[in-house]
Design a protein around this ligand. Structure first.
Ligand code: GAL
Length: 357
């Protein structure tokens, strides 16, 4: 379908179906800033239950592209954790003339077909945050180290003893396997003991699944046996804490819970003592680099400074552990959140105690 016909078809769909129809067509979510003759760059993100994608990755990337290239436009798509929808979105982007496809895949190992369609159409593919074999470039953090840092924090918080629960990310996400590998290297050699036969792989990273999983465990395990919880990200940490509180554990008696993503709600929980730590993988570093690489590729310029990661030219960044005592330095001073974002009425006292107000 030509891009003109597609655009007309999409307009019809919008009139007939409203935004639900628009999303179902795999068209850009909004803010399609395409200029007819300019360089089209597509950004495809995997889901929206984790707040980082809409709140940071997307706007930082779009701003960077705008800053570096006046005749570039960004077409943005969010797959809502649906791999088939994401494949359609890649096709839509290619038909719309995308010459660079920045892709954070829902299903990493299954993303080969999308890479091939894009490359066959002459586009370059940048695997964003999650690895894809055969991509032209890849950028992410050292994900095994993320898992190790989370697990080491749990050892530290529990005094390296007692029973724990373990909630990992989605099996379709290659990062989840790396977080788990790093974490288990530490946890299996630790003085702590997994309270279940196997750890839990959350199929879509969702907080709801995490809450349900822990609630189910609490029908078999008493809350005071749980001395710590390894949760691979903040969304899940939120679900874990809700389940524990739902089972009657007081806010000041919660076991240490890990996280990742430096979500606002998690930073507030860290300040109030409900969550032990999170991992901040700077969206500024990652999304700005993605914007730079995408613009260089769109203009046909060289991309320099890469390292090799499994045969793909890559940029691998360092994660930062965040606990109560470095929220100011690594979250506020880095520009991620303002004190006024974190220290809302419910957190005013905790903020004051933590020296944040
Ligand atoms: C991972 C990503 C994490 C988190 C998670 C949930 O791939 O590295 O930062 O966002 O997905 O979507």
């Amino acid at each position: 379908m030509s891009s003109l016909i597609r655009r007309v078809a999409i307009t019809g769909a919008v009139i007939a179906l409203g935004t639900a129809g628009l999303a179902a067509c795999g068209s850009p979510n909004d803010a399609d800033s395409s200029s007819k003759d300019g360089k089209v760059i597509a950004l495809l993100l995997p889901e929206s239950k984790t707040t980082r994608y809409e709140a940071f990755d997307r706007p930082i990337f779009e701003k960077k592209v705008k800053e570096l290239c006046s005749d570039c436009s960004v077409k943005y798509y969010n797959a809502d954790q649906d791999a088939a929808k994401q494949a359609q979105q890649v096709d839509t982007a290619i038909n719309a003339g995308a010459k660079v496809v920045v892709l954070d895949p829902v299903d990493g190992p299954g993303a080969g077909g999308m890479v091939k369609s894009a490359q066959d159409a002459g586009a370059k593919v940048v695997a964003y945050d999650r690895f894809i074999e055969g991509a032209d470039y890849y950028m992410s953090f050292d994900n095994e180290t993320v898992g190790k840092l989370q697990a080491q924090a749990l050892e530290e918080a529990t005094g390296n003893k007692g029973g724990y629960l373990q909630l990992n990310g989605a099996p379709s996400d290659p990062n989840a396997a790396q977080f788990k590998k790093g974490a288990e290297e530490v946890l299996k050699a630790s003085g702590m003991k997994l309270l279940t036969k196997t750890s839990y792989d959350n199929p879509d990273w969702s907080p709801d699944n995490a809450q349900k999983y822990v609630t189910d465990q609490l029908s078999k395990i008493s809350p005071d046996q749980i001395k710590g919880v390894y949760a691979a990200n903040d969304g899940q940490a939120g679900g874990v804490i809700a389940a524990l509180k739902g089972a009657g554990v007081a806010a000041n008696a919660l076991p240490p819970v890990t996280g990742q993503d430096a979500e606002l709600a998690a930073i507030q929980r860290i300040i109030s003592g409900e969550q032990y730590m999170t991992i901040f993988k700077s969206y500024f570093i990652e999304a700005n680099k993605a914007g730079e690489v995408a613009v260089a590729l769109a203009k046909g310029d060289d991309v320099t400074g890469t390292t090799d990661f499994q045969g793909v030219k890559s940029f691998i960044f360092d994660p930062v552990v965040v606990k109560k005592d470095n929220v100011k330095k690594d979250i506020v001073d880095s520009g991620l959140f303002k004190v006024s974002d974190i220290c809302t009425a419910d957190y005013a006292a905790a903020c004051k105690a933590a020296g944040l107000s």
